[in-house]
Design a protein around this ligand. Structure first.
Ligand code: GDP
Ligand code: GDP
Length: 438
């Protein structure tokens, strides 16, 4: 199920980071063995009452000159319009209404995206309310006063934000076509892959109701089946501000991956696998999406009998946190193995939806614990009582134990490996929850 995306935009110093951090709280997912990116706080998972959404900070590196400032805000707003379902436009009651705010408001109004106007630094509602009303002049609806630093007004603001979700999620959920995001660094060949696929298989787009998402979602047919390609390359716009490029490409990747079932991580064979590839892979892994690694430009590589093995070993090493991902060597130029790519997509979809019976799971776990004793600490031995699968996409398991603290990360990994030995689950992550039962 894809979560709605909420973006915060606003001028430098209005309090975007403060608000982002206050909303993200400690819920930011830091997966132990996933490299860097989640810690950069570009995006976070937020839960409000019974609703979840992904929050992105489109702030990027903020410029210091006035001239650059407006260009920067423009870009922020464009990214938000492209990627978010709801936009929080944050302004500052202490600075009051300034010209740049009005210009951004004009852009937002034209976008037809739901906008929530939030006025920050209202630390004292009685004192500052008269100044809040001034922001009605922006013409984008009611201003909602908050204090990001004191966490005041969050309830009303979040009610307003989540109210808009009802209108957006429907067609995504009803559409049963698998959604495939093509992700990767610039120049690895994402557009070329999409173009090659579309050149051969374009589906005439009928009328999909709704949002600007349509612009980047392209239905294609392959082996008599339809898929939706979510193309991050197609969204690329040349940023005038160099530092923003990587930030924005991550924001776009998060948005694309969030709505996808499977991510195709494209790597450039002529460059080999890099840290930046690992960051991007981490986004898909954190979100529990299916992953296929496509090593592109394979036509440019001189090969001997060992080339594939060497490449694979290197990828497994740098991307060691996604050992389950399948690797495929392709060429957008020649079309080599693009059909195989779709065979793999089918396999991954099946694996994401695989359900293992509780009986079989417990047999595997019993065998595993007999083979390798669970760890103990200060004379207390870990006991695993029971395992059951509670969800698919990704397959999610709950293990009941006597003491959670004894269930070491590496032992969970060991159980995971045993389950994978039996069922493969290629291409999908598996999730484990550990619960105590006395
Ligand atoms: P950003 O540049 O938009 O990300 O803004 P920051 O989050 O870095 O905040 C800019 C400054 O405003 C910092 O000094 C914050 O401490 C301050 N600030 C943020 N929120 C509030 C607030 O609700 N009340 C007050 N008084 N100051 C705030
Ligand atoms: P993107 O930024 O990831 O969308 O990358 P592009 O699709 O724009 O490709 C970047 C460059 O690599 C272009 O010059 C492409 O022609 C070239 N390219 C992409 N795929 C292949 C491939 O499979 N083989 C070769 N030889 N060149 C490729």
């Amino acid at each position: 199920m894809s979560k709605p995306i909420v973006a915060i935009i606003g001028r430098p110093n209005v309090g975007k980071s403060t608000l982002f951090n206050a909303l993200a709280g400690e819920r930011i997912s830091i997966v132990k063995d996933t490299p860097g990116i989640t810690r950069d706080r570009i995006y976070a998972d937020v839960t409000w009452l019974d609703t979840q959404f992904t929050l992105i900070d489109t702030g990027g590196i903020e410029p210091d000159t006035k001239n650059e400032m407006f260009a920067h805000m423009r870009e922020q707003a464009e990214i938000a319009i492209d990627t978010a379902d709801v936009i929080i436009f944050l302004v500052d009651v202490r600075q009051g209404l300034v010209d740049a705010d009005s210009k951004v408001a004009d852009m937002l109004r034209r976008s037809n995206k739901p906008i929530v106007l939030v006025v920050n630094k209202v630390d004292n509602f009685e004192k500052f309310m008269p100044d809040v009303y001034e922001f009605y002049n922006l013409g984008i609806g009611d201003p909602h006063p908050i204090s990001a630093s004191s966490k005041l007004g969050f309830g009303d603001m979040l009610d307003e934000v989540t109210k808009h979700f009802k209108n957006i999620s429907n067609w995504d959920e009803e559409d049963e076509r698998p959604r495939i995001a093509i992700i990767g660094k610039p120049n690895v060949g994402k557009s070329s892959i999409v173009n090659k696929l579309l050149g051969e298989n374009r589906v005439i787009v009928s009328d999909i109701a709704g949002t600007t998402r349509d612009a980047i979602d392209t239905p294609i047919r392959r082996n008599k089946k339809e898929y939706i390609l979510i193309d991050t390359a197609g969204l690329r716009r040349k940023s005038k501000i160099k530092e923003d490029i990587e930030h924005y490409s991550i924001v776009r990747t998060v948005a694309a991956v969030e709505r996808a079932d499977i991510a195709i991580l494209v790597i450039d064979a002529t460059e080999g696998v890099t840290e930046q590839d690992a960051k991007i892979a981490g986004i898909a892994h954190d979100r529990g999406k299916g992953i296929i690694i496509a090593v592109n430009k394979w036509d440019l590589i001189e090969k001997d009998s060992n080339t594939v093995n060497k490449f694979s070993a290197n990828i497994k090493n740098v991307l060691s946190f996604i050992p389950y991902a399948e690797i495929l060597f392709i060429s957008a130029e020649t079309g080599q193995r693009l059909n195989k790519l779709f065979d793999l997509i089918e396999v991954v979809i099946q694996n994401q939806n695989l359900r293992i019976s509780t009986g079989v799971l417990n047999e595997i776990m019993a065998e595993a614990t007999a083979l390798q004793q669970p760890p103990s600490d200060k004379g207390k031995q870990l006991r695993l009582y029971y395992i059951t699968q509670v969800a698919v996409k990704p397959p999610t398991f709950v293990i009941f134990v006597n003491d959670k603290k004894l269930m070491h990360f590496s032992y969970t990994r060991y159980i995971e490996n045993k389950i994978r030995e039996a069922f493969g689950f290629a291409g999908t992550s598996l999730k484990f929850f550990i619960r105590e039962r006395k």
